[in-house]
Design a protein around this ligand. Structure first.
Ligand SMILES: O=C(O)CNC(=O)[C@H](CS)NC(=O)CCC(=O)C(=O)O
Length: 303
């Protein structure tokens, strides 16, 4: 595979543009999930969007972790190849919010968020860092680390919509990560493709996403799994695009429907929020520290 970062650096002009966020209900049927994504890609392309954002586990949600291991593949494998072809066929960038990628460990995969450009090349690869090992009160008990090996690098990459800070689902609860993506690495759009549980989604989804948008002065794009996947798994839904002032600018009417919602990414408006309230200059890391990595170690970037 050609160096993915080179491809992005060479060709991307960041100018802001119309984008689409997806809401879908993936199952254990890889073909059906592909057909759903193909139709969402068509919808986004006909709406003149430069980029479509798909949720975590877009291509597969099984009942047990072992099923994910069984279907996991490499990023240059046939399944990712079909998704890359979709991007090429429709000349649209894709955020593929969580792909079951084989790791070097035989019994664990990576939960990998892949950014594909409009020629079908892989522009950036982020492997989910924070794994959801949680016994949800009044909800499921999940142990993501049993079947998933964590990643260890922050990722930003340029796109036609702006500079993307690439994260996944449960990462949302670790705000220092987003502070680093914005203040150290220049993110303008924070991506949080998710399969939030119904219980935690009701309590926390919108408020956490809007908080990240407001405190980072970034757009937040959160594609979402929605509804019942199988007898064990159900997701909250409610895919959102939020602007840097914290306003919800795209949302489907039905939080459990399959479809897209679109919004214009306005980088001039983003700049004016940052200029009128210059939190970047008002931060006092000299007093309370920046609570994160300090020297650019562990960062993957196209900058
Ligand atoms: O298992 C898969 O198929 C894909 N991965 C997921 O669905 C992951 C790990 S179980 N889900 C979350 O991170 C939910 C986070 C969440 O709900 C919260 O932070 O409240």
């Amino acid at each position: 595979m050609a160096s993915p970062n080179d491809a992005a650096r060479a060709s991307v002009e960041r100018k802001g543009s119309k984008v689409a966020v997806a809401q879908m209900r993936s199952t254990g049927d890889i073909e059906a999930n592909f057909e759903t994504v193909a139709s969402l890609v068509k919808d986004a392309a006909s709406a003149s969007c430069s980029m479509l954002f798909l949720p975590e586990s877009f291509s597969f949600i099984g009942t047990r972790g072992s099923e994910g291991i069984a279907i996991a593949d490499q990023l240059d494998g046939p399944l990712m190849g079909r998704y890359r072809q979709l991007a090429r066929d429709h000349s649209i960038w894709l955020s593929l919010g969580g792909f079951q990628e084989t790791s070097t460990e035989p019994n664990r995969l990576h939960n990998t968020h892949v950014i594909v450009n409009d020629s079908g090349d892989i522009a950036a690869v982020y492997r989910k860092i924070h794994l959801f090992d949680v016994d949800v009160p009044n909800g499921p008990k999940l142990l993501e680390s049993a079947s998933t090996a964590p990643g260890s690098e922050l990722v930003v990459t340029d796109s036609p919509a702006g500079r993307l800070g690439v994260t996944t689902c449960y990462d949302l609860r670790f705000p220092q990560m987003y502070q680093q993506l914005r203040f150290r690495h220049g993110a303008e759009i924070l991506l949080v493709p998710s399969a939030f549980t119904k219980t935690t989604g009701e309590a926390h989804w919108e408020v956490l996403l809007r908080a990240r948008a407001i405190e980072c002065q970034c757009y937040v794009i959160a594609a979402a799994q929605a509804g019942r996947h199988n007898e064990k798994r159900e997701s909250f839904g409610d895919a959102l695009i939020i602007d840097p002032w914290g306003r919800i600018v795209a949302r489907l009417e039905d939080p459990l429907a399959v479809g897209i919602a679109t919004a214009e990414i306005d980088l001039a408006a983003l700049q004016s929020v940052r200029t009128s309230m210059p939190v970047a200059q008002h931060r006092r890391y000299d007093i309370y520290g920046d609570s994160g990595a300090s020297d650019g170690r562990g960062v993957r970037s196209t900058l």
